[in-house]
Design a binder for this molecule. Structure first.
Ligand code: ADP
Ligand code: MG
Length: 433
């Protein structure tokens, strides 16, 4: 009997409260789209021909990446779209070249040596004849031949008066060896050969502290960085109102204003608020009013904490958490000097850490050398998560005089009601003795 209800309640909400899904209406990205479009249209000599989108979870990196892919594909470009979140990136790019060669027959680099007569032969490109042997070997050694595969395809695209776009999402997570390898191949193909292979990466802002600090990835350093800005309230109003209207729903002006202000700049939160408001009200039958919109905002805050703030908090090291907790205890805004006093480190060490976590979006640089806690992990969540996170003792690298006294881990263990007695950075669990 239970099975009869299984399909009973499909949601009619036009919103997409998830990650990686294109929104019903993309708002607030006009200037980024126009800069990216202009760079791609200009070609390999334009800095923006190779760009990297950066932002926190839910800031809309993937959505913007998808939009650019859609635009260029409709202009006849060949799009290779991969994700760097797991190892094997180079193999995946090679596989996407394989797929592209199959689907864009006009770009066929000749009758593939390893396919028999069954495959219909595309246009033969005379210039490529000499490269075919390399191409076959490339398939066997796979990733090693990435440069040849991309070059061959970019040449074919060029001969057909078109271009290629390679997109790499989750670039912050790229395996370092693969990242370096890809950077060197792209540097060669795009910068040196000036072949029409555009690049668009996307990832968490923390890559400013990691991948982009790696001296062996000059290609990535030279990419145009785009920090995705928070949505303005006006954008949030449009991003909520239009999908509701298109789906046949109604929302009062007061409810719309309230919901848009609660978006707090986050495209992800906007989708969650829209979806919740729709459900709470029972739209499209019922109008969304201020009461249902307010309920939706409360739920959205909890969803945001769970899906964005907590994963972001977990991404931090203990030392970085200590900094955030210290700023929270100082009222949500503080200078490195004050934080240093709280965590027992030198001012320089505190300033370094604060600058790191500001790059990653946890703190914002405010006036007069102050840093302020952002909405990524809001003050309330820092205080809640940090309540068992006693301020860590300084690690040896923080000791100003450079002495090498081994620091204790000192982490507070709520169950044992004691601090960890092991050396800082120890392996395995904390222990009181
Ligand atoms: N500019 C935008 N306008 C409206 N909704 C957006 C916009 N950018 C992203 N979204 C929506 O927000 C959610 C998170 O976007 P996503 O691109 O997955 O973020 P990220 O890749 O930065 O984590 C998705 O549901 C997406 O549809
Ligand atoms: Mg994404």
């Amino acid at each position: 009997m239970g099975g009869s209800d299984f399909w009973a309640n499909p949601s009619t909400s036009p919103f997409v409260p998830h990650f990686g899904v294109s929104p019903p209406l993309l708002v607030g990205r006009r200037s980024e789209l126009s800069a990216l479009g202009s760079g791609l249209a200009t070609g390999p000599r334009d800095a923006r021909y190779c760009s990297i989108l950066m932002g926190v979870r839910g800031s809309g990196k993937t959505a913007l990446l998808n939009e650019v892919q859609r635009e260029v594909a409709s202009a006849g470009w060949v799009v290779l779209a991969v994700d760097a979140s797991t190892p094997g990136l180079l193999d995946r790019i090679v596989a996407s070249v394989d797929r592209a060669e199959e689907s864009y027959e006009a770009l066929d680099v000749g009758d593939r040596l390893d396919t028999t007569a069954s495959k219909s032969v595309g246009i033969h490109l005379g210039v490529l004849a000499g490269k075919l042997t390399t191409t076959r070997r490339a398939r066997e050694v796979h990733a090693q031949a990435l440069r040849e595969r991309l070059t061959t395809m970019a040449v074919a695209a060029q001969n057909h008066g078109t271009s290629m776009l390679l997109t790499v999402d989750e670039l912050h997570a790229v395996d370092r060896t693969e990242g370096r390898r890809l950077a060197s191949d792209l540097q060669h193909i795009i910068k040196r050969e000036e072949l029409p292979l555009a690049f668009l990466g996307a990832g968490l802002s923390e890559m400013k502290n990691t991948l982009l600090m790696d001296p062996k990835v000059t290609f990535f350093h030279r990419c145009e960085p785009f920090d995705l800005p928070p949505l303005a309230t006006e954008d949030a109003i449009n991003g909520l109102r239009d999908p509701i209207a298109t789906a046949g729903g109604r929302i009062t002006p007061g409810a719309l204003q309230l919901a848009a202000e609660a978006v707090d700049g986050s495209p992800y939160k906007m989708q969650v608020i829209g979806d919740q408001a729709w459900r709470q009200a029972g739209a499209p039958k019922e109008q969304i009013n201020e009461i249902t919109a307010a309920d939706a905002c409360i739920i959205a805050d909890a969803v945001y904490a769970e899906r964005v703030s907590l994963p972001a908090w977990r991404d931090l090291s203990d030392a970085e958490r200590s900094v955030l907790v210290a700023v929270a205890h100082l009222g949500g805004q503080a200078k490195p000097r004050d934080v240093a006093g709280q965590i027992g480190s030198s001012s320089n060490a505190a300033a370094d850490r604060m600058s790191h976590i500001a790059n990653a979006g946890y703190l914002a640089r405010a006036s007069a050398g102050n840093y302020q806690i952002t909405g990524l992990v809001p003050l309330s969540v820092v205080l809640q998560e940090g309540q068992y996170h006693e301020l860590a003792a300084p690690t040896s690298s923080d000791v100003a005089d450079g002495s090498t006294v081994p620091a204790r881990c000192n982490r507070w263990m709520p169950r044992a009601r004691a601090r960890c007695a092991l050396a800082a950075g120890h392996a395995g669990r904390c222990r009181s003795r």
